[in-house]
Design a protein around this ligand. Structure first.
Ligand code: NAP
Length: 311
């Protein structure tokens, strides 16, 4: 079966990852692109400036991949589901948890697949870490996610607006790994959020987690002001061992100093293979756990104002 898919929002992630992943998968065909700016990739048979026209005109379109900023995802996803399309949601899957719950319900009622994608989870090292941690007690977890916002999000104003999540846009990738691999549920115990004086979203955050394990040291630091080498590391220390380190955003895993996974980037091809499985079985996959931690970090967060940030 070849699924006809349309991309809505043809920005950085759609061009860098979705387009090549769809192109490389013979079970998907890029039938359409809806781009407000009127971008027209050669592969797309149909192009629209208004996604509503795409939903209305292309009756045989099976699915859409929504690659817009999160603030508008719920409205677009709801209309796509109501038009009878399966929906793949870029991360974060919506602007609020209530919106995501609504999409889950509509997908169920319309018998359409809703797929929340958390790309950082699609790494072999992450799967091995989860399997290694099963049944163990984590006594130390240190997440360090530091990158250069000017490099990764050039000119993206939505990311600094309320609902754009600021540094949690990359930080949620770390949290999606944490929620996947941790053997116990993780809660936000403390959250310090640094907001530039001229922005509505944080540029840095320090989080402390709890799992109910007495004396455990569980924390994360996210920072968007890092220049030079970028850091996407998670160190995990279990009672009685082993000592593990996930680095490169989950692509490399060391266990007790030995590299057990070191893969090239295969996240989006894997996302589309998973989408294929879900479409074939008619099952939705709505994982709200990483998103819930972000919501909690904002809910109990202490706001600290820092110097203005200029692009
Ligand atoms: P981006 O480059 O700003 O692209 C988003 C695109 O969405 C815009 O170029 C625009 O494309 C469309 N759009 C913007 N506002 C819209 C609106 N109000 N209604 C409908 N469409 C709108 O952002 P991005 O980096 O691709 O990020 C998009 C999503 O992917 C975010 O949720 C982000 O967290 C996620 N993501 C990004 C990366 C990354 O490395 N950049 C990695 C993984 C996931 P058109 O003009 O073509 O419509």
């Amino acid at each position: 079966m070849v699924y006809k898919v349309g991309i809505i929002g043809f920005g950085k992630i759609a061009q860098d990852q979705h387009l090549p992943a769809i192109r490389a998968n013979p079970n998907f065909e890029l039938t359409a692109v809806a781009s407000q700016r009127g971008l027209k990739p050669n592969e797309a048979k149909h192009t629209f400036t208004d996604y509503r026209e795409m939903l209305r005109d292309l009756r045989d379109l099976d699915a859409v991949a929504i690659c817009t900023p999160p603030q508008v995802r719920h409205t677009i996803a709801r209309e796509a589901l109501e038009a009878g399309k399966h929906v793949l949601l870029e991360k974060p899957p919506a602007a609020t948890l209530s919106e995501l719950e609504d999409l889950r319900r509509i997908g169920h009622d319309m018998r359409k697949v809703v797929f929340t994608t958390w790309h950082a989870q699609y790494n072999k090292g992450v799967d091995i870490a989860r399997d290694t941690l099963a049944g163990r007690t984590v006594k130390r977890l240190v997440v360090t996610w530091k990158e250069d916002v000017r490099h990764w999000h050039p000119g993206q104003q939505w990311i600094w607006q309320a609902g754009g999540f600021g540094v949690f846009d990359p930080g949620i990738n770390a949290l999606s790994i944490v929620t996947k691999i941790m053997p116990q549920p993780v809660f936000i115990k403390q959250s310090d959020l640094q907001f530039p004086a001229n922005r509505d979203a944080p540029i840095a955050a320090e989080l402390q987690f709890s799992t109910g394990v007495e004396g455990a040291d569980l924390r994360a630091v996210f920072d968007w002001r890092q220049t030079g080498p970028q850091t996407w590391d998670i160190e995990i220390d279990c009672e009685g061992g082993p000592l593990m380190k996930l680095s490169l955003g989950g692509r490399r895993l060391e266990v007790d100093g030995e590299i057990v996974a070191d893969e090239s980037d295969d996240e989006y091809p894997q996302i589309y293979r998973r989408f294929e499985e879900l479409l074939a079985s008619g099952q939705s996959e709505v994982d709200e756990a990483p998103f819930r931690l972000v919501g909690d970090a904002f809910m109990i967060g202490r706001r600290v104002q820092v110097e203005p940030f200029q692009d």
